[in-house]
Design a protein around this ligand. Structure first.
Ligand code: HEC
Length: 229
């Protein structure tokens, strides 16, 4: 129950970190006032009064949400760090990451993806290691997928999946998205021969649904013609 609160709050905060920081429609005075209210909520003393602290945490989440919607406000790193620190009093970092990651159940993931808009530009940043994954580290996709000897090239992924992979009998009933999702979260389900590399199996535990949606959107934008057919 309590952990539920913390986790949903964190998910909210992380989802807001991508919101552009513009102050349109909000006066400087109003924003400063809201920020000082946030600061007082951040001084949560879980050890002393857990119920009061949780109630504050909940109000904090609601305040963040309204500030994001009304003022385009996104929490800064210090605030996010404070929240994480508090949350770590309830759950281990592994549990927090696990609670927010997509996992590796392709069917369940496809249903979740239906509700999420994938941003190809954000996906490109993740893919190239310019934005960290849930664990705080870079994903390393481009490191392998830029070298044809190691892994299938990034450029032309959409075309290759569409024209070559989905034409194989074992993928007869696969959708394009299903193939990509399985490739990322269950790479061992189908191994493309001829590559020196091995795709790591841990990505389902490192990506949020949003991040996976962004990666899929980026891969779908790779619709170059294939040179070797
Ligand atoms: C250590 C090297 C390595 C890393 C890192 C890696 N991959 Fe791969 N990937 C491979 C190899 C090798 C294959 C082909 C063998 C296979 O099917 O597993 C592959 C296959 C794929 C495919 C299927 C492509 C096709 O043409 O069938 C996709 C999509 C893919 N990877 C996406 C990703 C994404 C997204 C990431 C980062 C989250 C990533 N890969 C990270 C090595 C890697």
């Amino acid at each position: 129950m309590r952990r539920q609160y913390v986790l949903s709050l964190l998910i909210l905060v992380f989802s807001l970190t991508g919101v552009a920081q513009e102050e349109a429609g909000c006066s400087a005075g109003e924003l400063a006032q809201q920020q000082s209210t946030l600061a007082s909520f951040l001084a949560l003393d879980f050890a002393a009064d857990i119920d009061a602290a949780l109630a504050n945490l909940f109000r904090l989440g609601a305040l963040y949400q309204s500030m994001a919607l009304q003022c385009g406000y996104a929490p800064n790193e210090v605030e996010v760090d404070r929240l994480l620190e508090q949350a770590l009093m309830f759950a281990s970092l592994e549990d927090l990451i696990a609670a927010q990651s997509v996992g590796s159940d392709v069917g369940a993931i496809l249903l979740e993806l239906d509700e999420v808009y994938g941003d190809p530009l954000q996906g490109q940043l993740l893919y190239n290691g310019l934005e960290p994954a849930l664990s705080g580290t870079a994903l390393g996709c481009s490191g392998c997928h830029e070298n044809e000897a190691v892994a299938p090239l990034t450029a032309g992924t959409w075309t290759r999946v569409n024209d070559i992979r989905l034409a194989l009998p074992q993928f007869a009933d696969y959708s394009h998205r299903q193939f990509l999702v399985e490739s990322v979260v269950q790479p061992m389900a189908y191994i493309t021969p001829d590559y020196a590399g091995m795709m790591p199996e841990f990505y389902g535990g490192q990506l949020t649904v949003q991040q996976l949606a962004d990666l899929v959107a980026f891969l779908d934008s790779q619709d170059q013609f294939l040179q070797d057919g």
